[in-house]
Ligand binder design. Structure first.
Ligand code: HEM
Length: 378
């Protein structure tokens, strides 16, 4: 329940040990004024740094202000520890040029080539009302109240400048981002995050996660791109599927998480092994084979997703799934090819539906007090 350092070369909330809870929000900018937007980003940064340290969002706080004014903190996190809160900001393609082609804030020339709109993938069932957004903030914490409090206060500070476009709660991490963490499970009951990029793999993080000098534009150096996909999981259908079939779909054992044909969770999958029937032990259409770097020109992702259950759908089914979040150096070379392969051939597709999509350029970290989110962009 301690604090995670807010300031640094990189934003916290990416390689930070994945916390247990998520509140993710996408905003649309409603002001026409670039100055007002920048002013809000300054205010947000200060509030974020304070909340990450376990303090109230504003200087005066929830209960010490004058009775005649609304408090500068909403109060529901009073007395709670920082709970590992991280707040990570991203800028969506529409901030640089909106759907009508208008460059509202004079940013179009600064748009990274890597922030290219995602293509439509086969099977996509995206709802535009819960997709996209000019800005996003990912709040992760080990206490859901702390994550929700942080987003609520940013929305309060942004009133009149931004409005909430959509938001998503997640209740359980589906990835480990460090070798120090045990691998959690997703709602299919499988270990998720085994072959993830990990904080300790510095060389791989340089090659696959952080934008490097020369990648362009310079304001993104030390940043990363996030792709979010809300993936509904048809858990009732899955739960009627035999265990052996579930394992064949994933390509791993449900108990240990070991690749089929292997013994331990962290054994490398051997895609050449064939069973007595002459068929590959890990099927051609298994999720881990199709998603594996060997099948995708070496592409790796840092996955940081969360389980969600948004009540029920009125048809006697849970509205449940995975809120997938992946960070990477260039989505055109990483998420897009991997998802293209999965969308075409993954046998898991029978049990999942992608219902929302987001793409964001997450700038480098806030170096010190006075610096602010996206300073190099503005
Ligand atoms: C691996 C589940 C969606 C990319 C895995 C594993 C599971 C899993 C159980 C094996 C353990 C591990 O290495 O983490 C799911 C479920 C999904 C989903 C239930 C949807 C509800 C996606 C999407 C992508 C993706 C949308 C990217 C486009 C990967 C990658 C690996 C992986 C890159 C590691 C492959 C390797 O290197 O062995 N997934 N996944 N997954 N998944 Fe997914």
């Amino acid at each position: 329940s301690g604090a995670v350092e807010f300031y640094g070369e990189q934003q916290a909330g990416i390689v930070t040990l994945a916390q247990d809870r998520l509140h993710f929000v996408a905003f649309d900018v409603v002001t026409k004024s670039r100055d007002r937007l920048v002013e809000m980003l300054r205010e947000w940064t200060e509030a974020a740094a304070r909340m990450a340290a376990g303090k109230d969002a504003g200087l005066i706080g929830a209960v010490d202000g004058i009775p005649e004014a609304p408090p500068d903190d909403t109060g529901e996190a009073l007395g709670l520890p920082p709970s590992g809160l991280t707040l990570t900001i991203g800028f969506g393609p529409s901030l640089f040029r909106n759907a009508d082609g208008v460059d509202r804030f004079g940013l179009a020339a600064q748009r990274p080539a890597a922030l290219a709109d995602l293509p439509r993938f086969p099977g996509d069932a995206l709802d535009p009302k819960i997709s996209g957004g000019d800005l996003c903030v990912q709040a992760c914490a080990n206490d859901p109240q702390v994550a929700v409090h942080a987003i609520r206060n940013l929305a309060r500070i942004g009133f009149g400048t931004v409005s909430v476009r959509w938001s998503q709660l997640g209740f359980g991490r589906t990835s480990s981002t460090s070798t120090a963490q045990a691998t959690p499970r997703n709602l299919f009951g499988f270990k998720d995050g085994t072959a993830n990029l990990k904080a300790e793999e510095e060389g791989l993080l340089r090659d696959h996660l952080w934008v490097q000098p020369g990648d362009g534009p310079s304001w993104m150096e030390g940043g990363s791109y996030s792709v979010t996909r809300k993936i509904r999981m048809l858990v009732e259908t899955w739960d009627r599927t035999p265990l052996a079939e579930q394992e064949a779909i994933v390509g791993r054992a449900k108990g240990s998480g070991a690749p089929l044909g292997g013994k331990d969770e962290f054994d490398e999958p051997d895609f050449a092994v064939k069973g007595e029937d002459g068929e590959p032990t890990i099927a051609e259409v298994a999720h881990v084979r199709l998603a594996h770097p060997d099948q995708n020109g070496g592409a790796r992702l840092l996955r940081r997703g969360y389980n969600f259950v948004d009540g029920s759908d009125g048809l006697g089914r849970l509205n449940a799934g995975l809120f997938f979040i992946a960070y990477q150096r260039d989505p055109r070379k990483q998420f897009v090819p991997v998802q293209t392969a999965l969308a075409r051939n993954d046998v898991m597709n029978e049990y999942i539906r992608h219902v929302s999509s987001g793409l964001f350029a997450c700038p480098p970290g806030v170096r010190e007090k006075g610096d602010f989110w996206g300073r190099a962009l503005f």
